[in-house]
Design a protein around this ligand. Sequence first.
Ligand code: B3K
Ligand code: ZN
Length: 876
Amino acid sequence: MKDAQPRTIYLKDYQAPDYWIDTTHLTFDLHEDYALVTSVLQMRLNGEKEFESGTLPALTLHGEELDLVSLHRDGEELEGDQYQLAKGTLIVSVKQPTFELQVVTRIRPQENTSLEGLYKSNGMFCTQCEAEGFRKITYYLDRPDVMSVFTTKVIASQARYPVLLANGNAIDKGELENDRHYVTWEDPFKKPSYLFALVAGDLECIEDRFTTMSGRDVTLKIFTESHNIHKCDHAMVSLKKSMRWDEEVYGREYDLDIFMIVAVDHFNMGAMENKGLNIFNSSCVLASPETATDATYQRIEAIVAHEYFHNWSGNRVTCRDWFQLSLKEGFTVFRDAEFSADMNSRGVKRIQDASLLRTAQFAEDAGPMAHPIRPESFIEISNFYTLTVYEKGCEVVRMIHTILGAGQFRKGTDLYFDRHDGEAATCEDFVKAMEDASGVDLTQFRHWYSQAGTPVMTVTDKYDAESGDYHLTIAQSCPATPGQEQKKPFHIPVGIALLDEQGQLLPLNAAGDKEQVLSIKQSEETFVVKGCKSKPLPSLLRNFSAPVRVRYDYSKDDLVFLMKHDTDSFNRWDACQRLGVAAIEQLVEQPQQAVDPQLVDAFGAVIADAAMDKAVKAEMLCLPSEASLAEQADVIQPLAIVAARKKVKQAIAVAHKDALQALYNELNHERVYKPEAADIAERTLKNVCLGYLSAVNEAECVQLAAKQYDDASNMTDRRAALGCVIDAHYRDEALVERLLTDFYDRYKGNSNVMDDWFAVQSSSAELGTVEKVKALMQHDSFDSTSPNKLRSLIGGFTRNMTHFHTAGGTGYEFLADRVIELDKQNPQVASRIMTPLTRWKKFEPVTSGLMKNALERIKAVHNLSTDVYEVVNKSL
Ligand code: B3K
Ligand code: ZN
């Protein structure tokens, strides 16, 4: 465990380091029960800092869970009185402004269950250093503003670890005694320690080449265990697309001779952008039509792109300190989102991103861990790899793009990359580059970086029939968040259009523009459109132009009208969602009422609309998720939400059964699987139809899903059908059992598919009881050291609104037990998996009390990790 008494770190306390590390030479001697790490550092006093004349400050290095073997300064071995080992640090006295420090440490990767630092996964050595994992490898200035040129020599058994990798280019290799061998890697680019990586294993690779825009030849390699080697092609195609896209859209070229990706099974998150050697969770690399769904294919494409794009937004220009995390993450998520939009359906990508933001990030922003995209303090930085920093951070960059326009935005990024190449920068540097390149004043816009919480935009309107003037008034406010009672008004770009009675867009100004982005800066502003022949209907926040909530009193007729006529895909979808939320909320309050017939008709019209883009149509037909309904409720009543949503789904299904069946039949044709946008849209829509049909209480409907399962030639169709059978209205338990067993037998050798087999059960309203989850934890295929398995089984259960929240609080007790147990093994996963409990204040009193009890039990545990300590203490 880290600090016994966790300490809060503040952005305002940032100070530049006393020393720089110009070069870092590392030698790893890897053995079966330990590893010896020799680090030779060329140190230099930071000449820009002022020190008391004639004195040199002591050097304080970070280090955790290390055995110090020896320490030399300029060749002289240091004795105990010349250095000091305190918790988490090594303090060395200094005699010269430049000197060489040699540190030898012994570590135990085999026993490292936190998956941070150097550890073993399936017999291979690998690393994860961001944010502060390098200090578990050797004593170092483990902070992102200390950038150094690294050389890494890896020595290991040739038989067990034929492949030895590190950052940069391989410059030497050779054989040693006792069947050992070595490879030396040199990375010519200065980098902070968090981008260091090493891999040693028995791996195979696929290889390809890429010629950069200036004609340089780059070798591309993707490594995995040999039995998965045929599943790397999609990742390779995605990598090449990303490299080309970054050249075309941002003018950014790759800079080393080789780019490598390694897939590992035990990984705390999706992937890591280590310089020239990305390490990926195998679930974000491996795909074949038989084992990966369309969603997995798209996720792989997006994550490969994200990590590749970090080479410029993160590696060449890195972060000064961890408070600036959104500088690289928000910007890189924006880059990958635009890439995915260009590769697939732009409208659908926007809907999916906005939906994730509104469901999960809005919840975070309204909860006890709310923080600005640039937090001002933290106890454990690992807790700040959040939806706020990533997804809201992306929206903040997108708003700059919207305010500046694409051309000026590109000038801004060019200036930012040129100005800060090779440096550790801040969010302020990014905004300043945008301002300097465009001449646009972003002073007020900066509040998005410092203020937490989701702004609420309340819109009212007034039409004067005599003058034809239409007044649209936009008021903004932002709820208090921990430590921030009062908020200043934000600069909000609001995309708008007005629809006339025929559904045509009206001109908004003398120039005849039919769409406009308003720059809202005051707490209240009114916008006037002249010459309207009748009261128009506003289409607000088009393309989700800002991460805010919009309140406008749309009638149901208005929403149906927008669903039909709005030209903005996001707003058409949003109208559908609003109608769905209203209908479901009504049933939550009055469960006996009939389902709103207007909603049933409106969904029927969408099903029947043959002209509508299939990808958008599939999104529109999805009712608001349980999680999104919970986020929008004042007080969450979990079981009432589940029941109301189910009732609405069944009503739509029963009313439109024939049309759904016809659409299903039309889309259900055999073809060779391709993960391409048009095919994905057809499969998605087909499976949405199947989802509705399985909500009809008839044997033939569940049989249809079973047939799709049996006939499926790809995982997308098989997995969708399995979900339908499991949760079908018409219960056929023998069939459920047959398919679950069949699925297990088919895929038991595939760890990533097995993750899904656990998740489909634990998240099921029909199957996922706490007893079932406990039983699955004992299953042979479950691995309690695998974050993927834990996220699937336990995480899946915490999203199961029916059983996690079952009366008596057994679900909460179960989760508290897992968090306490896991905290000793892997604090990052423990802290993340407890998030649902932190929302306890939003639930009805009885449920809320039970959730709080579970949190209090966690809080009472001694020696909690800083990760869990921070979350539990801020939540209570
Ligand atoms: N930068 C990494 C995340 C590291 C998380 C450390 N707890 C992956 C990414 O965002 O690209
Ligand atoms: Zn990232």
